[in-house]
Design a protein around this ligand. Structure first.
Ligand code: GLA
Length: 404
């Protein structure tokens, strides 16, 4: 018995050894999709329903011309309103705004970029165009044939059409139906064998962060829609606290696409939006008018130091360390033991209404900390309890290489 047991243990041990040796090889052969938060540009925040093939080509051209591609923005994502009608075989065609999706995908790829598309589990998208209900596998196959690299899948009409119809008075059952719908498209995408980033857009319902990774979700919206107003951007930021543990390589919380450069956001607001989304390890999907981008907006969107925070290989989302009146202090742990600190004045008065003193001890830091101010590019030393004056809606973002 004893001999048999120890033989058995030896066999188990060598099997474990084999497994541990072959694991890295397997990991090498299948790179993680969205190992860092996806970066790119999406048509919705600027064009909404007016986007055309021409706008997508111009976006691709401008990502290259402005240096945004070199800074890491590599997805060009078509949002809602590209869809035409299904033919007798159920194959979905594009509408007049998009004469030839395959040719468009080829064009975007020819620029060294990737292309994304949009659909949903209902029969209609949010803008009322045909979506994928009952055609999930067929649509996934079509996307793969076109060469699509990214799918945003938006709940919308599935809520009244299926969830509320099938389980009118049963919220829990409605959620199960919703999860099954996302799982169905996840499987359909996987069966194409093309690496397609899967973006869940269902506004954070039913703690999506708990179940989305298991069904192949690479990112999931955590809230309702963003719009280019500071109050909305800040409200979304406030809702991210507590979600950090769900983010990591291959699966990210998505506080929605960037509004940097849109509407009437002040320069401070544009900067803070970008700085804080990077602290959140958020997908960085610009949504501005690229051909007419102002230099100061380009400077924000292509700030390499900030992008490096967002794209940090550790993939650890930042958290709010503490707040003091209108000022909030967020920290993010980075690879190599580095740390990012963001001090945001979320208040409406020009400066915080009472003098703010940075409490380094609350961040687990002791004594002066030498770092880089990522807005100015200058060296900065943070000292315990130093007074910091930050303008309304501005952020001091500092990278500390060796926090003590
Ligand atoms: C929803 C989504 C938006 C956008 C629109 C398109 O509102 O949340 O991001 O995709 O639909 O109709």
């Amino acid at each position: 018995m004893r001999i048999a047991a120890s033989l058995c243990l030896a066999a188990l041990a060598s099997a474990a050894l084999l497994a541990s040796h072959s694991a890295p090889a397997a990991a090498q052969s299948a790179p993680v999709t969205a190992a860092t938060p996806p970066m790119g540009w999406n048509s919705w925040n600027f064009f909404a329903g007016k986007v055309t093939d021409k706008d997508i080509r111009a976006a691709a051209d401008n990502l290259v011309a402005t240096g945004m591609k070199d800074a890491g923005y590599n997805y060009v994502n078509i949002d809602d309103t590209w869809e035409g009608q299904r033919d007798a075989d159920g194959v979905l065609h594009t509408n007049d705004k998009f004469p030839d999706m395959k040719a468009l995908a080829d064009y975007v790829h020819s620029k060294g970029l990737k292309i994304g598309i949009y659909s949903g589990p209902g029969s209609k998208t949010c803008a009322g165009f045909p979506a994928s209900l009952g055609h999930e596998e067929q649509d996934a196959k079509l996307y793969a044939e076109w060469g699509i690299d990214y799918l945003k899948y938006d709940l919308c009409s599935f809520i009244p059409e299926v969830m509320m119809k099938q389980a009118p008075n049963d919220k829990a059952e409605q959620m199960r139906i919703m999860i099954a719908a996302y799982e169905k498209m996840g499987k359909a995408l996987q069966s194409t064998r093309r690496p397609i980033v899967y973006s869940l857009c269902q506004y954070g319902w039913d703690a999506v962060w708990e179940w989305a990774p298991a069904l192949g979700g690479n990112l999931w919206r955590t809230t309702g829609d963003i719009d280019p107003h500071w109050d909305r951007i800040y409200a979304i930021l406030a809702q991210q606290d507590g979600l950090a543990k769900y983010a990591g390589p291959g699966h990210w919380n998505d506080p929605d696409m960037l509004e940097v450069g849109n509407g009437r956001l002040s320069l401070n607001e544009n900067w803070s939006h970008f700085a804080m989304w990077s602290m959140l390890a958020a997908p960085l999907l610009a949504g501005n008018d690229l051909p007419n981008m102002k230099p100061e907006i380009k400077a924000i969107l292509t700030n390499k130091d900030v992008i490096a925070i967002d794209q940090d290989a550790l993939g650890k989302q930042g958290t709010r360390a503490y707040s003091d009146g209108e000022v909030e202090v967020w920290t993010r742990h980075l690879s190599g033991g580095a740390m990012a600190i963001a001090v945001l004045d979320a208040g409406d008065s020009r400066f915080a209404t009472h003098p703010f003193h940075l409490d380094l001890a609350k961040l687990g830091l002791h004594g002066p900390q030498r770092g880089k101010d990522l807005k100015t590019g200058n060296d900065i030393t943070l000292t315990p309890n130093m007074p910091i004056e930050i303008q309304s809606h501005d952020t001091l973002l500092v990278r500390i290489a060796s926090p003590k």
